[in-house]
Design a protein around this ligand. Structure first.
Ligand SMILES: [Fe+2]
Length: 228
C-alpha cells in the first residue's frame, strides 16, 4: 500500500476525487429536506453522512499532519464524530435527525474546504515524507465507501416513509407505461405506518394511493433528468 502511494500518488488523488464525488452524486437527487430525515434510529440523515465522512479526513489526516490547518467549524467535531471515543464527545446517534442546522450548503462548503486541503496533501511531497499516512488515507477512502452503502440504504428507507412515495430518480420508461409497483405502504406498526394512518384505510386509502400514482404518472415524464 505504501509502495503504491509513494510511486503513484496521482492515483490516490484520482481515487480520492472519485470517492468523494460519488458520495455527492448519491445525494444529488435529494432535496435539502430529504437530507435531514432520520425516521428511525438506525437511519442516519444523508446530511450527517456527508459531514461525517468529511470529518474523518479532517480529524485523522489534516489536523494531525498538516501544520496550519484550520477547522472549518469548531463544533463540527461534536456533530460528526460517531463512535470514535478517543476523539471526544459527540451528538447522540438518535439526535442526528435534529440537525436542521447547519444548513446543507454549509456541509457542502465543509466538504469543499477539506477537499482543498486534501488535494494539497495528495499533490505535494507531504505523503512521501510521511508514508504512514497511506494506511489512514486508505482507511478514509474505504470508510467513505462504506458510508455510500449506508447512504443508499438510508435514502431508500427515508423515501419509503413519505406518504407521497417519492421516487429517488425518475424512471421515464415506467412512468410512461404507468408501471408502478402495486406494493402498499407498510403495515407493521412502524413510524411509517403511523404516517399513513390519518389517510384512513380501505377504499379511501386505496383512492388516495391511486391519486398518488396518477400524479406520479403525469409528473414524472415532465421532470428534468437529474444529474448523476
Ligand atoms: Fe463512520
Amino acid at each position: 500500500m505504501q509502495h503504491a502511494l509513494n510511486t503513484q500518488p496521482e492515483l490516490y488523488l484520482a481515487r480520492y476525487r472519485a470517492v468523494r464525488r460519488q458520495t455527492e452524486k448519491l445525494c444529488a437527487p435529494l432535496t435539502p429536506e430529504d437530507t435531514v430525515m432520520q425516521p428511525m434510529v438506525d437511519v442516519s440523515p444523508p446530511k450527517w453522512h456527508l459531514g461525517h465522512t468529511t470529518w474523518f479526513f479532517e480529524t485523522f489526516i489534516l489536523q494531525p499532519h498538516v501544520s496550519g490547518y484550520k477547522h472549518f467549524h469548531p463544533q463540527y467535531a461534536f456533530l460528526f464524530n460517531s463512535y470514535y471515543n478517543s476523539m471526544g464527545s459527540r451528538i447522540a446517534r438518535s439526535d442526528r435527525g435534529t440537525l436542521s442546522r447547519p444548513p446543507l450548503q454549509d456541509i457542502y462548503a465543509y466538504r469543499q474546504h477539506v477537499d482543498q486541503y486534501m488535494e494539497k496533501v495528495l499533490a505535494d511531497t507531504l505523503l512521501l515524507e510521511k508514508p504512514e499516512l497511506a494506511a489512514v488515507l486508505e482507511l478514509g477512502l474505504q470508510h467513505e465507501q462504506q458510508h455510500q452503502e449506508l447512504l443508499v440504504t438510508d435514502i431508500k428507507y427515508i423515501l419509503s416513509c413519505n406518504p407521497l412515495l417519492p421516487a429517488y430518480l425518475p424512471s421515464p420508461a415506467t412512468a410512461v407505461l404507468g408501471l408502478f409497483s402495486e406494493k402498499q405502504p407498510k403495515t407493521d406498526g412502524s413510524p411509517c405506518q403511523k404516517a399513513f394512518t390519518p389517510l384512513g384505510t380501505g377504499a379511501r386509502a386505496s383512492a388516495l394511493t391511486m391519486s398518488y400514482r396518477r400524479i406520479r404518472c403525469l409528473y414524472l415524464p415532465l421532470r428534468p433528468r437529474l444529474p448523476r
